[in-house]
Design a protein around this ligand. Structure first.
Ligand SMILES: [Zn+2]
Length: 370
């Protein structure tokens, strides 16, 4: 263990995460037997409640691409600890109210905005946002675990993301990253994720033994609403890329989390089974050695379908708070994104499966020791 890592863990305190080296399935949960305390891990939360100056900094940064005189001073981001604490009280309240314990916390997905600015602005923005996530995780080590954004840029090799990925894992203690499969923001100009174009990034993910969530950013294409279409399209599109490609032959330990319940995939499960069969591709179960879905489905029958379609070992609990849908469903009187409440009503879900869903799968996929 490096000095940096030791210091980091010391700084993070008792609830700290620890990454383990080794192949799939080697992570050792602290306790997972029936009757042991359950730690409910939400693997998909975004820091959508950043201090106001964070968004102002980004606006100025983008304006400065055309007019360098508008470049914002870095001092704009010198938030006090109290400001950072105040900004996440909403997330902490949701954890308490809903009975979740830890959130794997990443920058605002829609604000990654890889299609905006250029490679240099993407690097600066990613570093600043990842640093802010790190501050939240240091202040609340038992509530938040960091996942970072990458400095992607359309047409630029993902090789340019390797340094920031390494920094966020080795120096900030992050347990993974979000990869935008379409940095052009809805125009899909870069190669599919099975293309060698992406390989430098995968090589680093494998070396660091951290997973990636496949998460689009905002849409620049007026045909695709961001959270309503583009995100879900991207999840579906990437899964089909994986069906038709041989990515995991080259990277047998690479792990992808496809969020938002896997887009359209579980709902059309046998369409994809049949397509794979017709194309003489391996059965979908082969992909499930490397691919996981989360439970960000805001419809009880949809969640039920997901849980009864995809093997439980491949599903990670998540709610994506505070995020895409923030209102209260007048039909139930509960928030749309309170996925735990819906899952808790599934009497048919065994205690063993519940433990996998809420805790053990996240520990395994993200190599957590919490
Ligand atoms: Zn998200």
């Amino acid at each position: 263990m490096s000095t940096t890592r030791r210091d980091l863990l010391k700084g993070l305190g008792a609830g700290a995460l620890v990454l383990s080296a080794g192949g799939p399935g080697l992570a050792q949960p602290a306790a997972s037997g029936a009757g042991a305390k359950l730690t409910v891990i939400d693997v998909h939360g975004h820091y959508t409640t950043v201090p106001k100056a964070m968004r102002e900094f980004r606006n100025l940064q983008l304006a400065a691409v055309k007019d360098p005189s508008k470049a914002p001073p870095k001092a704009m981001l010198n938030f006090s600890d109290d400001e950072v604490r105040a900004s996440v009280q909403g997330q902490l309240k949701l954890q308490r109210d809903r009975g979740t314990n830890v959130t794997i916390f990443s920058p605002i997905a829609g604000a990654m905005g890889h299609h905006l600015g250029n490679e240099a602005t993407s690097i600066e923005w990613s570093q600043n946002f990842n640093d802010l996530i790190h501050r939240v995780c240091k202040l609340y080590p038992e509530n938040f675990i960091g996942v970072g954004q990458l400095p992607q840029s359309p047409g630029v090799s993902p090789k340019n993301c390797v340094a920031e990925l390494e920094r966020m894992v080795k120096q900030l203690g992050f347990v993974g990253c979000n990869i935008n499969p379409d940095p052009s923001g809805g125009y899909w100009r870069d190669p599919p994720m099975t293309n060698r174009w992406w390989y430098p990034l995968y090589e680093k993910l494998v070396e660091l033994d951290v997973p990636a969530m496949i998460h689009a950013s905002s849409s620049a294409n007026p045909n695709f609403h961001g959270t309503g279409a583009h995100y879900l399209n991207a999840n579906t599109a990437v899964f089909m890329q994986l069906v038709t490609g041989d990515l995991f032959k080259d990277f047998p330990t690479l792990r992808f989390v496809i969020p938002h319940g896997g887009g359209a995939i579980p709902y059309h499960w046998s369409r994809y089974r049949g397509l794979a069969q017709d194309m003489k591709r391996p059965p979908l179960t082969e992909l499930l050695k490397n691919v996981y879905f989360d439970t960000c489905v805001y419809y009880r029958p949809g969640l039920e379908l997901l849980l009864k379609t995809v093997p439980i070992d491949n599903i990670l609990f998540a709610s994506e708070v505070i995020g895409a849908v923030r209102g209260v469903d007048p039909e139930t009187g509960h928030h749309y994104d309170d996925t735990k409440r819906m899952i808790d009503t599934f009497a048919w879900l065994s205690e063993a499966d519940r433990r996998k869903l809420f805790q053990d799968n996240a520990r395994r996929v993200y190599r957590l020791k919490i």
